[in-house]
Write a protein that binds this ligand. Structure first.
Ligand code: ADP
Ligand code: GLC
Length: 495
């Protein structure tokens, strides 16, 4: 195997240590995929207060215990702990940053108890970014590249290019910034910038300033050597369409030649109906009837009637605007008028939680709602549903439509971002799902009704859609190669 690159992969969420969405899945599976083709990727993430060291097999590293760093004119103690993530034949080392001032409380971005954002999220992730660099002095392992992900890591490239620009160990480390979601920007009051210790040039219109606020994301995009995002379509959308660019159009146009879209893969060790330990009946694309046994079990769990003639629509999602909830709210009664059953698993905005609970009361025989986060149920819904609904307003990549395709659950999605890059229209030879164009509830309902009609009247076609989805290659193979090529390109630019 050719010698690859040393990469420090920095992320605020890594499954199974912490997760609010797809970033956690990617931060687990991409490093392993990159390692399996000859790179040495190690992960660094905060050790949040809720992490159970024993269950997650997190260990002390003696020489990295009780270190200290100066941040915002104060000394802060921290330790780096170690753990490993494993696949069947792959693994990756993960370092966890432990610190009592910023990461002791339970919760990732929000306090688990109050369900409110931590008021000091700016300081928490400033401290994180700064410490990532200081850790390198004691790690005895030097990355060629630091791979940053989302706004929480946005200051790392800015620090390297300014405060550390003459640092003997750090100055020649290159950075990639991957956008998983351009709408989450880490924008804070100007006063927050003063705590970073960055020089004033980092707070200009060209760098970290966005509408007078200090933006971690913008700083990352301005200073990173390369920028990537998680699908080709989204890369194009954020650069060319104001509805997607979230105020970053000028900067992204300027950085056009440094911006690429690389589609996420999925982790077949976790999401594969043939090996999934969280579903009662495992199946391949040759054993589709077993899928219906999972449907029966899922409905049984909620004491719902099972019938082959009643299609089950599933959703697993953060309950936020991005995921198309205003369309769902608008058309809910019309949807419930159809002869369907529906199961929704989600957590998020209060208004959507309330709405769903209200609908559950209104349609007790048709609708199952589970508010909260439930890994096992997520697998059951993928295996047991007939149709997966994902009407996103925008979708950088989206993992659930890919999981659905793998599980033979036909997706109905909006034609945007990664949904466009993974779902093929049912009319095509390699069709695997249904797409609608406009962000409009009528269009969404039309696509759903079409899917229902084909499900009920054309079983052969439906099985073709299922098989096409299940036989598609969503592994990391191709994308891991693309990231490695990007690393190669960026390291070659080093003087
Ligand atoms: P996003 O990252 O925007 O939320 P993705 O489709 O990329 O969307 O990834 C979502 C991930 O989070 C998937 O692994 C999905 O199964 C998981 N997920 C989302 N909400 C829940 C929930 N309430 N319970 C369990 N898993 C969830
Ligand atoms: C973000 C995006 C989602 C993407 C995930 C992983 O949370 O919203 O589309 O799949 O990151 O890249």
């Amino acid at each position: 195997m050719p010698k690859g690159f040393n990469v420090l992969f920095v992320s605020s969420e890594v499954y199974p240590y912490s997760k609010t969405g797809g970033l956690a899945d990617i931060s687990n599976s991409l490093p392993q995929a990159l390692n399996s083709i000859g790179n040495e990727v190690r992960i660094l993430t905060p050790k949040y207060g809720q992490l159970d060291e024993r269950r997650l097999q997190i260990h002390e590293i003696k020489r990295m215990k009780d270190l200290s760093i100066e941040f915002n004119k104060k000394k802060h103690k921290f330790s780096i702990k170690s753990s490993f993530i494993h696949g069947k034949n792959t693994k990756a080392q993960i370092y966890l940053l432990e610190n009592n001032d910023f990461f002791k409380n339970k919760g990732i971005y929000q306090n688990i108890r109050t369900k409110k954002d931590f008021p000091n999220n700016d300081e928490r992730y400033m401290f994180f970014c700064k410490t990532v660099l200081d850790v390198l002095e004691v790690l005895h392992w030097k990355p060629d590249i630091i791979h940053c992900n989302d706004w929480q890591t946005g200051l790392i490239p800015a620090y390297i290019k300014t405060l550390y620009k003459d640092h003997p160990l750090i100055s020649d480390i290159k950075t990639i910034f991957t956008i998983h979601n351009l709408a989450y920007q880490g924008n804070f009051a100007k006063s927050s910038f003063n705590k970073t210790g960055l020089p004033s040039e980092a707070f200009s219109d060209e760098t970290g300033m966005l509408n007078g606020k200090f933006s971690f994301l913008k700083a990352g995009l301005a200073y990173a050597d390369k920028i990537s995002t998680v699908s080709e379509k989204y890369a194009l959308e954020i650069r060319t369409d104001k509805n997607y660019s979230c105020g970053m159009e000028k900067l992204l146009t300027k950085r056009k030649n440094d911006l690429v879209g690389i589609l996420n893969g999925i982790d077949y060790n976790v999401w594969n109906p043939n090996f999934d330990k969280l579903i009662p009946y495992r199946y391949t694309n040759q054993e589709i009837p077993l899928k219906y046994e999972n449907k029966r079990e899922l409905l049984n769990k909620y004491k719902f009637e099972y019938s082959e003639d009643i299609p089950l629509i599933g959703m697993i999602t953060r309950l936020v605007d991005q995921k198309g909830f205003d369309l769902i709210v608008e058309s809910f009664d019309e949807l419930m008028n159809e002869n369907i059953q529906m199961i929704i698993l989600g957590a998020g905005e209060e208004k959507y939680q309330k709405f769903l609970l209200k609908m559950k009361k209104k349609y007790p025989k048709k609708l199952i709602v589970h508010i909260g986060y439930d890994e096992e149920l997520a697998h059951m819904i993928e295996a047991g549903s007939d149709i997966f609904l994902m009407p996103s307003k925008y979708e950088p990549c989206g993992l659930n439509q890919m999981y659905s395709l793998m599980y033979g659950t036909v997706p109905v999605v909006r034609n945007t971002g990664g949904l466009s890059d993974t779902v093929n229209d049912y009319k095509k030879k390699d069709g695997n799902g249904f797409l609608f164009e406009n962000y409009d509830s009528k269009d969404m309902m039309k696509a759903i009704k079409l899917a229902l009609k084909i499900y009920l009247t054309d079983k052969n076609k439906w099985y073709d859609l299922i098989r096409n989805g299940m036989s598609h290659d969503f592994s990391w193979k191709a994308s891991a190669k693309k990231y490695t090529a990007l690393y190669k390109n960026i390291v070659a630019s080093r003087k």
